[in-house]
Design a protein around this ligand. Structure first.
Ligand SMILES: [Zn+2]
Ligand SMILES: [Zn+2]
Length: 323
């Protein structure tokens, strides 16, 4: 699976860094999942999740400095404020949506007259009898099918790409740009992912687990830490796979759409995991994106002429390179 350059320690790599590179991904993921599981057992899943999430952020903050994957990605890109602002706007929008869905009684549509479960067909479709591990795994795979197609269409349909380009306009990857999505892009993905789960009547505990898994894997996926993955990249979405997805070359960028797992990429022929070369350090998009957060929010809504005008002005003062 891996060639020797990836498996063996590199010349400038200490034994500690080498072993850490193998255990970082599975170790951090297992730690976060275990802590969240303890939270569920003691009736405080939210507290445990937040604690795990902060622990993960601190670990990645340290590892990105101790053993970076790309040293040049450590340089500031002037997008930290925009990264955080997009993260907060997106999270706020998704929360408001769920609150609103509750207020107008949308969730009631899915509640059957009898049975204590949900499900638009009024029947118990969700396999509630399964052990929680299998229910969560089932939810991940089912939601992922929709996430896969919403992500893939966001790349292949121009009007959707306008929104998704905000995420891909970064020129470096690090844990801070995990949540950098235009809020419309996130809404599209979250709603699509929720549809099959709502139809099947997935219980709240499964939805909470799914959110936790997505948050942990997403944060790991964008980190700038030198890690090795082996078989893990054939099951889960890892930084090793996602770095190809951020390539400027669309033969590589329009691949690896999976958010948590790679099963749908494999089935639909968009899985790549080259072993004979490193993913590109020079990432980004082949088109212009404004540097300011507020401009990035408006950008996808502007007409072609307005965008042209804006671009001419912005590149004229050399704020950000166009390509
Ligand atoms: Zn993408
Ligand atoms: Zn990404």
């Amino acid at each position: 699976m891996d060639n020797s350059t990836q498996i063996l320690p590199q010349n400038d790599e200490s034994a500690l860094k080498y072993y850490l590179s193998w255990v970082a991904w599975p170790g951090l993921f297992a730690l976060c999942m275990t802590l969240t599981g303890i939270g569920f057992a003691f009736g405080a899943p939210m507290t445990a999740f937040i604690f795990s999430y902060i622990l993960l952020i601190l670990s990645l903050f340290f590892l990105e400095r101790f053993m970076p994957h790309e040293r040049e990605w450590q340089e500031p890109d002037g997008q930290t404020f925009a990264d955080i602002a997009h993260t907060l706007t997106t999270k706020g929008t998704v929360h408001t949506l769920f609150l609103f869905a509750g207020v107008i009684g949308l969730t009631e549509i899915f509640r059957p007259a009898t049975a204590d479960g949900y499900g638009i067909f009024g029947a118990e479709l969700w396999p509630r009898g399964w052990p929680m591990f299998f229910q969560v795994a089932f939810a991940v795979v089912i939601a992922e099918f929709m996430c896969y197609w919403s992500h893939r269409t966001a790349h292949e349909i121009p009007v959707l790409w306008r929104f998704h380009a905000v995420h891909h306009s970064v020129t470096r990857l690090w844990f801070v740009n995990t949540g950098r999505f235009h809020f419309m892009d996130s809404l599209y993905r979250v709603l699509m992912g929720m549809i099959p789960l709502a139809l099947l009547g997935a219980p709240m505990e499964v939805l909470q687990w799914l959110s936790a898994v997505t948050a942990f894997i997403g944060m790991l996926t964008h980190c700038n830490v030198e890690m090795r993955f082996g078989w893990i990249s054939y099951v889960f979405n890892t930084p090793g796979l996602h770095r190809w997805h951020h390539s400027r070359d669309i033969r590589e960028g329009n691949k690896n759409y999976g958010e948590n797992v790679v099963i749908w990429d494999m089935l639909f022929g968009t899985y790549i995991n080259p072993q004979d070369r490193r993913p590109p350090a020079d990432i980004g998009i082949g088109e212009f994106m404004p540097a300011k957060f507020t401009h990035q929010l408006l950008w996808p809504f502007l007409s072609k002429e307005k965008r042209k005008e804006f671009r001419a002005k912005a590149t004229g003062i050399g704020k950000r390179k166009a390509g």
